[in-house]
Design a protein around this ligand. Structure first.
Ligand SMILES: [Zn+2]
Length: 256
């Protein structure tokens, strides 16, 4: 298999279109806009080999049609009529090989942000769209706190070194909330300082890793005493189960 790099193409105000590229080809994940991809392909002299979509939101699939007009490539995504361009509808447990690159991805069902949200995991990489963010998680538009908890448990069970490519640059604001949700987590100020330096240098704070998320993300750390205490304080009653803790801090974050 050819070596490849992963490039962050920026779209809208804070979306990333993660792009695998080698000397001749590229694959894009969640192209909400076509133009940044078309510009990149032209500049680098690359052909598009495939499109991957994690969920149907316009800021993740809005560029599909214009890219397909130029490059009629396979589109791998969830089985959901709201993404009409999909050529390879997928469900959890399925595996497929990425055209040209040959990487084998397994598909993970992670409904919660949307009901058909999936993630792609393979070759030490995780593309998780708007479900898991660095130090945060997606909003519950079409799912429940229990589904989000189950999704995050599934992702947290991946190998520690897995590189986590999220759909948005939300890390600094997420870390601000994480520090409120788990004030006794000594890693958080240090991590925030490191991430601020990355942003100041003009780069992304991503990828994260599963190890970093297990150590810092309050939505994964729903068993940590500090997270339970602040969630219970906010609820005004002791919260004992992880789903209630997640529900409380998700609600808190919505108004943070
Ligand atoms: Zn979304």
């Amino acid at each position: 298999m050819a070596a490849y790099d992963i490039v962050a193409l920026s779209a809208f105000s804070d979306n990333y279109i993660w792009t695998l590229r080698d000397a001749t080809h590229a694959v894009v994940v969640d192209p909400g806009e076509a133009q940044p991809v078309l510009d990149f392909l032209a500049r680098e002299g690359l052909q598009l080999a495939a499109i991957l979509n994690t969920h149907h939101h316009a800021d993740h699939v809005g560029g599909n049609a214009a890219l397909l007009a130029r490059f009629p490539v396979p589109v791998f995504g969830p089985r959901d009529e709201r993404i009409p361009e999909t050529t390879h509808p997928l469900a959890g447990g399925q595996r497929f090989r990425l055209p040209h690159f040959g990487i084998e991805f397994e598909v993970l069902d992670i409904p919660a942000h949307t009901r058909s949200h999936i993630a792609f995991h393979g070759d030490g990489l995780l593309f998780c769209g708007d479900t898991l963010f660095a130090a945060g998680c997606g909003r519950l538009f079409e799912g429940t706190p229990r589904q989000m908890h189950e999704a995050l448990v599934k992702l947290a069970a991946l190998p520690d070194a897995t590189r986590v490519y999220c759909g948005h640059e939300y890390t600094l604001s997420n870390l601000k909330f994480a520090r409120a949700a788990e004030p006794d987590n000594a890693l958080l100020p240090e991590l925030a300082a490191r991430m601020e330096r990355l942003r100041a240098a003009g780069g992304p704070t991503l990828p994260s890793t599963i190890a970093q998320e297990k150590a810092s993300n309050p939505f994964i750390r729903v068993h940590a005493p500090g997270v339970i205490a602040s969630a219970s304080g906010r609820a005004g009653r002791p919260l004992t189960d992880p789903v209630s803790v997640l529900a409380e801090i998700r609600e808190w974050k919505n108004n943070f």
